[in-house]
Ligand binder design. Sequence first.
Ligand code: ADP
Ligand code: MG
Length: 555
Amino acid sequence: MLEVASPLARARAALETHFGYPDFRPLQRRVIHAVLSGHDTLAILPTGGGKSICFQIPAVCRAGLTIVISPLIALMQDQVEAACERGMSAVTLHSGMTIAEQRAVRSRLEAGDPTLQLLYLSPERLNTLIKKTPDLLKPSLLAIDEAHCISEWGPDFRPTYRVLRRLRRALGWPQTVALTGSATPAVRADIIQTLGLGSGFPRRRLVTHLGSFDRANLWFGAVAVKDPRERLGTLLQILGRADRIALVYAPTRGMTEGIARQLRHAGFLAAPYHAGLPSDLRARTLAAFLEDRLGVVVATSAFGMGIDKPNVRLVVHWQMPPTPEAYYQEAGRAGRDGRFARCVLLHHGDDGDQARRMLQVTFPPRDLVEAIARDPARRQGVPANVLDSADRIARELGLPHRPGDWSRVLRRRKEAEGRIRAMEDYARHPGCRRRKLLAWFGERASSCSGCDRCRSPGRGDTGPVGDQGSTEGVYQRLLSWRRAISREGGLPVESILSDVALAGIAAARPRTRQALGQVDGVGPRILAKFGEELLGICGGREQGVGSRESGSNHP
Ligand code: ADP
Ligand code: MG
């Protein structure tokens, strides 16, 4: 007799076929079970929890097309490529594709190609496709990846995220799974409401699966800095101690470029990454980072969403991000492989004020918005980003023809201010950082597996020092060595080895004379005079790393 495998058993077989993994993670299994049972599903799993599989495996197990809504082109491209490499049939449609490429995808859709499993779209693209060709798309499953964008970006940057319920209706109320790595109870409720999960016709059951947000392998710390110089100094110090692969988040494009330049001067293999760079350069930077050819990426928030780089050992925030959600999401890109990794926030008393000033751009004053809506002449001299916000709010409220319900806008502004305050509280918090962060997400941490408040007190704020086995890191050893030589010879330290060269050696940890000679600031003179000593200092490092891995700070 023919044995019929249960849907979950078939899903597991597909997991094995496409990913080579023996089994689902516990929460993944529950999410996939809910999706395969036909329920609308909200899945809240921390970054690295394996959300993609929660819709990719159902997509390949069931008949019909799964549409995946994703916020960024880079993210879609990445996922489509990875899915195709794993033998799934996935395509995307976005403005970065050539007309011919787009046409090829469209004709597969028009022909109702039954082999097509996954179609990745931005919400805006879904909207225009539905408007122009209402009958083109008939998904059997709709997946909203990074669903917190509905709350975080929807109202003030990406209004199409707010009309997804209407788009679901236009698509015939397909079963929907929403996934996010970052959702407070309020955001969760907003996602359900905005998408209309568990409503529509036929009405489906809504199943919510909420994973723990605690990532035991992450160590959290925060360092107060006085000025930009100290920010850089602290960053260099942290990077000098850390394992090689690091992400530095900075608030603006210009800053990512400036910081990356300084890091390169200091001898780090660093590059900026932001949405304003030419796409081929961005792709090259990403590829180099993914292949560990680049040690440090200095990025705006454009980097990372959904990028699967498992071995990031350190995430430093140059400045306080405006929301705990953004902070946890970005910091959470560290240690996706489950191994020890550090998340360090640099902050200054003004960081919050800067974020509040940005709110003036996102939410321009009411009288200005109303004046602009009434009289185009008032646009004169108003910065373009403020105009964008004013236009968006005017559209939302129906200005100038309707009086507009300002309470909604004001509430959002208040919430945004509350998030900035929450970040300030985190930065200054005298108690456990992990508890503080998790509490924001409505979770009570029972114990802390490592933060600057709970573990390593008195070891400085920048996290467990690398080489416990040797009690000093390479950077520290180089500093003491230089101090000793300077004392012996009565020479200024910089005349022996510049700060730039010193940081560069600490970062590169060269094992050969040739590699040492390639570090910025190390010329033939230094090579001839100190080559052996410097290589000796760097060589000692290797043992240190091993002892750190089994050290007391490793969970
Ligand atoms: P998220 O979107 O939740 O941040 P991803 O979907 O990018 O996470 O997955 C993170 C990593 O975990 C990926 O490398 C993925 O292949 C891996 N992963 C997911 N599910 C499993 C599993 N069941 N077994 C082993 N590895 C998994
Ligand atoms: Mg993801």
